[in-house]
Design a protein around this ligand. Structure first.
Ligand code: FAD
Length: 446
């Protein structure tokens, strides 16, 4: 209930921030300067577009209250959708002006006679289209994450700057002192959040360094890095959560990647050590991580995320993990064992082949110690003598192992490749699992 109230509070605040300039305009604009309804609508669309764009950063700036209420993955999804929606408002803004006939399309396209605030508005629109276009088509354009991330940040600052100059320069509604003040407050708010996200947050990690104490290879082309806090106590985390980790002498300009904890967040009096298990997939995970030596300085920004059974009450748990998606589920399993939780747990572990089964020995040992755990392993390519399940996790495999009827009351945690997640999100509701009991963590959410 508290979580719902927090969600309602933050969403209400968000809507207020977006719509407040319109309320100010309605209350304070001099009716004697009345314009046509289309011009009002155009101005409203423009103000909404820039307010949506200026607040985009707050959604992904890892602000504790906001992230704790919704989860970073949901916020990233919302950030993406709002980015696209803001473009729709930005397109509507000039189209409504042209529809009013007080403006011609020619006046809005820069030329020698175009008023400069209009030219700046046009430039803001082009930059906005670039920001959204590069984000939507990043993978298609084969743009590296790092290049996209830097470009995204720089273009967003230019966009907000151009947008604010456009509003202040046009001066219809912004001629009102209260409106000018509001635009400047929004601009300062954007700059503060930006500095907090890109400067203050990395700087705050400086006093909490970590050291790699072990780097061990795992099945499935993965490596487990064990990190110990240096000069501080570290932190506890809820099993299933993740952190951004990076290496290097300072936390500034360090390439940081989101990785789930693969260790137990619950061991009482532990020495603060935490572990991450990372599959070799790209330049960082396949190049930097395998070469990390014990003694390397590491920086950990976390814990983050709401993919954790600690926030969901249920009669039991069904964990469905594919490939390296097993990591947060293994963390949950370790915590359940430590807590001697007697509720039934079903772990469906999927991999391409036997060699791909990260933590297969550890999971078998846990199953031997934990009577409440049912371990089901399925392989896409299996030897003839394989006695587990075969193929992808599907409704048949689930129903063969889950207890009839009772399974609808369990909480479901799914983490793995996109096809597995999509399949489970389609299959589980069909077999009667309520949507609110299905929780997913998408490793490709960015
Ligand atoms: C919440 C979460 C938890 C994750 N947990 C694990 C885990 O436990 N084990 C594991 O092996 N992988 C995990 N991942 C995936 C991991 O973050 C990426 O595989 C890794 O960052 C790839 O980096 P790369 O440079 O090697 O690969 P690249 O080929 O450069 O990138 C592949 C994709 O990874 C994502 N990515 C790359 N760099 C970053 C970054 N700095 N920040 C955000 N996303 C990035 C992008 O979507 C990119 O397209 C997790 C991802 C998320 C979102």
């Amino acid at each position: 209930m508290r979580l719902i109230l927090r969600g309602v509070f933050w969403f209400g605040l968000y809507l207020t921030i977006i719509l407040f300039p319109l309320v100010v305009g309605v209350v304070f604009f001099d009716p004697r300067q009345a314009a046509s309804p289309l011009i009002y609508l155009s101005a409203a669309a423009g103000y909404i577009a820039i307010a949506l764009m200026a607040t985009e950063l707050t959604l992904v700036a890892r602000l504790k209250g906001v992230a704790g209420a919704f989860g970073i993955d949901s916020l990233l999804q919302f950030h993406r959708e709002i980015g696209i929606a803001s473009i729709a408002f930005a397109v509507a803004h000039p189209l409504l002006l042209v529809a009013d006939r007080a403006y011609t399309a020619g006046l809005l396209v820069p030329s020698a006679t175009t008023p400069w605030p209009v030219t700046v508005g046009f430039a803001a629109f082009i930059v906005a289209a670039l920001v959204v276009g590069l984000s939507v088509y990043r993978r298609l354009l084969r743009m590296s994450y790092e290049l996209w991330h830097t470009t995204h940040g720089v273009l967003s600052i230019i966009l907000i700057g151009f947008g604010a100059v456009h509003i202040l320069g046009i001066g219809r509604f912004a001629a009102l002192p209260i409106m000018r003040t509001l635009v400047i407050i929004y601009l300062v708010f954007f700059v503060v959040i930006f500095l907090r996200y890109r400067l203050a947050r990395p700087l705050s990690l400086w006093s909490r360094p970590w050291e790699v104490v072990e780097n061990r290879p795992e099945h499935g082309q993965s490596h487990t890095l064990v990190l110990r806090p240096v000069g501080h106590e570290g932190f506890r985390f809820e099993p299933g959560q993740f952190a951004w980790i990076g290496f290097g002498p300072t936390p500034l300009n360090t390439d940081k990647h989101p990785i789930s904890f693969s260790s137990n967040g619950d061991i009482p009096n532990h020495d603060g050590a935490i572990a991450f298990t990372i599959k070799e997939l790209g330049d960082w995970s396949g190049g930097v991580v395998p070469a990390v030596k014990p003694g390397t300085r590491a920086w950990v920004d976390g814990p983050h995320g709401v993919f954790t059974m600690d926030r969901e009450e249920g009669a039991g748990y069904v964990l469905i993990g594919g490939g390296v998606g097993i990591t947060p589920l293994y963390s949950m399993l370790q915590a359940l064992e430590t807590r001697a939780d007697a509720r039934p747990v079903f772990l469906f572990h999927a991999a391409n082949d036997f060699d791909d089964l990260t933590f297969r020995e550890e999971l078998a040992a846990t199953a031997a110690r934990m009577p409440s755990l049912t371990l089901v392993t399925t392989l896409v390519r299996a030897e003839d003598d394989w006695d587990g399940e075969r193929g992808f996790v599907n409704a048949e495999i689930l129903s063969r192992h889950l207890p009839p009827t009772l399974y609808r009351h369990f909480q479901y945690f799914i983490c793995g490749p996109t096809p597995l997640m999509d399949a489970m999100e389609a299959v589980l509701p069909k077999i009667g699992v309520p949507a609110e009991r299905i929780h997913t963590e998408r490793f490709d959410m960015v």
